[in-house]
Design a protein. Structure first.
Length: 442
């Protein structure tokens, strides 16, 4: 690796904060505003209303990624194309995240609904302003497939740490001192991580100074015209949707299947799943080096399609203690999830290299922003889908709804696997345009 270890570690630190913030939001937002009927918590909004509001806000704000990516690629400043967005956006991202869990007290449903819609939209906007330019630095910093997978692997390890904070630590804080304390803690961590990360790669990020010379409409047209991108994108989106369905279902699943008084806590189950994902990351990275990123990512989707549906039957098999079944299933479900974080950005970097041979442009943020735009649009419907499925049962006596989310996610992943079989871009794209040699031909 030509990138020093300390630089890679500092760059990856951003993932700790962003994953902690994103995972805690995905885990608790629906539960906070519309808890189960027997959870003995105040219901701020009807569950269908929350699901619909989050879906609408997510779809509307998804365009933020594409616009921010385009603007970042075209930005000209003495600090480069990426730094200004991260420095200015990080504090506002944290502030609005805290506001998500501090709605106006004693407000009616209409006021609370408007508040949730506007604040969630602001969180999404400033998240885009931070994350899209940050992710665009990877294809610029790492030029080979091995470098990209290696750098992304460090981001995954640190992202798993952030996921532990977002899912496990946030759960402990919520149970100990409440939702607002959790939001303040996670927001503060996220802000510190973003500034540590950008400080660690400040000199390298400043080198990204050559703006792309292409209009917005032409940029999107060229992006979605790329054949490899048209195959990769829906695959990544479906994997993300399946994972988001499970993440949204976790509090309801634990409430209905495990119960509050079991020694098998939500924290332990999440810890087992995250540990399995972490263990499998180097295995997927090694498989990618020996075969290809395409092969390794494909196998991870097939594995996830086989294991996610097991959540539908965990605890029901005769002769085996239910707690043992749940622990085993948690490990099996977690194992392939690490690949979802490991491969999409390096694969998209290959697509960006392929695009550079056609356009003489380096448009890292545009591609990653367009990908995130479609992904966020699709995953925005996850809360609404979960709400609809939970209508079939989300309490201790009626668990059909919480059990069906896993099989639904498995079907989605099988579709992703079948789609990805058409992807044929090599790991090393010949004749790619170097970031420092951009000409501008369109």
């Amino acid at each position: 690796m030509t990138i020093p270890l300390h630089t890679r570690l500092l760059y990856g630190t951003s993932r700790v904060g962003s994953e902690a913030l994103g995972k805690s939001s995905g885990l608790w937002l629906l539960y906070y505003y519309a808890p189960p009927r027997d959870a003995h918590l105040p219901t701020l909004l009807p569950s269908l209303a929350v699901g619909a509001l989050l879906a609408v806000a997510g779809i509307v704000s998804a365009l933020d990624d594409a616009v921010v990516g385009y603007l970042s690629d075209r930005t000209r400043s003495r600090l480069g194309r990426r730094i200004p967005y991260i420095v200015l956006g990080a504090p506002l991202w944290s502030i609005f995240f805290v506001l998500l869990f501090t709605p106006p007290p004693d407000a009616g449903h209409a006021t609370t609904a408007v508040y949730l819609l506007l604040v969630f939209g602001a969180v999404s906007l400033f998240g885009s302003i931070v994350v899209t330019p940050y992710e665009a630095l990877l294809p610029e910093m790492a030029s080979t497939s091995d470098e990209r997978v290696g750098l992304e692997a460090i981001k995954v390890y640190l992202g798993v740490a952030g996921t532990v904070v977002g899912l496990v630590v946030s759960t402990a804080i919520v149970h100990a001192v409440g939702f607002r304390a959790m939001a303040v803690t996670i927001a503060g961590l996220a802000l510190v991580c973003q500034y540590v990360a950008i400080a660690g790669v400040w000199d390298r990020a400043r080198r990204s100074r050559i703006p792309a010379g292409i209009g917005f409409r032409d940029a999107l047209r060229a992006t979605f015209r790329n054949g490899a991108f048209r195959v990769l994108l829906p695959t990544v989106v479906l994997f993300a949707l399946a994972f988001q369905l499970l993440q949204t279902d976790i509090p309801f699943y634990v409430h209905a299947i495990v119960g509050k008084h079991s020694w098998l806590s939500a924290t332990l189950l999440l810890g087992v799943a995250i540990g399995a994902a972490l263990v499998c990351v180097p295995l997927f990275a090694r498989l990618a080096r020996r075969t290809s990123k395409r092969r390794a990512y494909s196998l991870s989707m097939l594995a996830a399609a086989a294991t996610f549906p097991l959540l539908g039957v965990a605890g029901l098999l005769p002769g085996i203690p239910a707690t043992v079944q749940l622990l085993v299933v948690a490990a099996l479900v977690g194992a392939p999830i690490g690949a979802h974080f490991l491969f999409p950005v390096p694969l998209t970097a290959d697509v960006i290299d392929d695009d550079s041979t056609r356009t003489d442009q380096r448009r890292e943020a545009t591609y990653l922003g367009a990908s995130s735009f479609v992904e966020r649009t699709a995953t925005s419907i996850a809360p609404l889908l979960v709400v609809l499925v939970l209508l079939l049962g989300d309490t201790r006596g009626h668990t059909v709804g919480v059990r069906l989310v896993g099989p639904l996610a498995g079907v989605i992943l099988l579709a992703a696997y079948l789609l990805f079989r058409a992807y044929d871009l090599p790991d090393e794209v010949p004749e790619r345009v170097q970031p420092e040699a951009v000409g501008g031909r369109l």
